[in-house]
Design a protein around this ligand. Structure first.
Ligand SMILES: *Cc1c(COP(=O)(O)O)cnc(C)c1O
Length: 371
């Protein structure tokens, strides 16, 4: 079935006892055993599994074409992927990975004995030179944050697999509507469902979807149930509901982001626009090959440095100054100041998440703020 149909129906059915279309929220932490000691209805204890999580995982499995394991945040999901490795193993991570992901690797996982190198994944020969004998995981994030760099999924998967390493792809920005990394050979996909999948800026969540029910899946499942960073039943319910409109939200957000990018490109106060949908983007052709559209995220640099960037963010009326992305409301953010010391983000850069307001209103707001 098509992804629009899966987004509505996968993992959901009319409720047998009541005929309810909307699923119930099962708050129970524990489930009854039969007199013979068995659990004929399949559920034992809420951390191990519960109906709302099962429904969400079935849906996410269908959307990405793999086996989903849901977590309490995107960070808990990436943590589980790293913790599935053994001490002494080596991870290759993009230099411009989501700030929280590289922070996990630098501040938490080095101490646990993982080795980590940060590379530019758009430079395939540099990437190849960075692969070591003990490299077991290549982490991909495409498009990247906040410079919208695009990594060639097929090329990186081929490099990794020929070196005996696995590939994990953080697909938060693209969503399965625009890009399905498992089809390009990725071994697992990670999402912060906090963003587009939830879609309404009202729930934190994460997921790891493995390509098959292999040893990686078993380890991720054990990290979920024994590690305990699980989403609540209501969290699962909200993400599952958000997914119903995902295909249409993401498509319109992508169309609007392209239009905003085109307008910004010709604005005299704008020095550069980073959006893979623009034909001048250095990886436009790779993006066109592996993505159905280019997503609702873009960033731009202004003439006049950090001061001008901060003043543009200060002057918006319709955009909200806030971090995060993927919701219905358009957001603008000065990334360098939120990332703080050691950031690689240019100080004159603003990142925007395009929402579902009318695109002409968004353009008018940016135009008056740029002056
Ligand atoms: C937000 C985000 C995360 C982390 O998700 P949380 O739910 O905030 O823990 C990971 N990767 C990307 C690309 C993100 O945008």
């Amino acid at each position: 079935m098509h992804i629009e149909t899966l987004a509505i129906h996968a993992g959901l059915a009319v409720e047998a006892g009541t005929g309810a279309l909307a699923p119930s929220i099962h708050l129970s932490t524990t489930f009854e055993r039969d007199s013979d000691g068995s659990y004929p209805r399949g559920f034992i204890y809420a951390r191990t599994d519960n109906p709302n999580r099962q429904s969400l995982e079935a849906c996410l499995s269908a959307l990405e074409g793999g086996q989903a394991v849901a977590f309490a945040s995107g960070s808990a999901a990436s943590m589980a992927v790293f913790q599935s490795l053994n001490p002494g193993e080596h991870v290759l991570c993009p230099q411009d990975a989501y700030y929280g992901t590289s922070k996990q690797l630098r501040e938490l996982l080095l101490r646990w004995g993982l080795e980590v190198s940060f590379v530019d994944m758009t430079d395939l020969s540099a990437l190849e030179r960075s692969i070591q004998k003990n490299t077991k995981l290549l982490w991909i994030e495409t498009p990247s944050n906040p410079l919208l760099k695009v990594v060639d999924l097929r090329a990186v998967v081929d490099l990794a697999h020929s070196a005996g390493a696995r590939v994990a792809c953080d697909n938060t920005w693209a969503t399965p509507i625009l890009q399905r990394p498992i089809e390009w050979g990725a071994d697992c996909v990670v999402h912060a469902t906090t963003k587009y999948l939830g879609g309404h800026s009202d729930v934190s969540g994460g997921v790891v979807i493995t390509a098959s029910e292999d040893d990686l899946f078993q380890r991720i499942r054990a990290l979920q149930t024994a590690g305990g960073a699980v989403p609540s039943p209501f969290d699962c319910w909200l993400v599952r509901r958000g997914i119903k409109t995902l295909p249409f939200r993401v498509r319109i957000q992508s169309e609007q982001a392209l239009r905003v990018a085109e307008v910004l490109r010709t604005h005299p106060s704008v020095a550069a626009v980073h959006y893979p949908g623009l034909s001048v983007h250095p990886s436009h052709e790779v993006a066109a090959r592996q993505m159905k559209a280019y997503g609702g995220m873009l960033s731009f640099q202004v003439h006049g440095g950090a001061e001008k960037a901060m003043s543009v963010a200060a002057k918006v009326n319709l955009f909200t100054r806030a971090t995060s992305l993927g919701g219905l409301e358009s957001l603008i953010e000065h990334r360098a100041s939120i990332e703080g010391e050691g950031t690689r983000t240019p100080p004159d850069l603003l990142r925007v998440s395009i929402g579902l307001e009318h695109v002409e209103d968004l353009i008018e707001d940016l135009d008056q703020a740029l002056g």
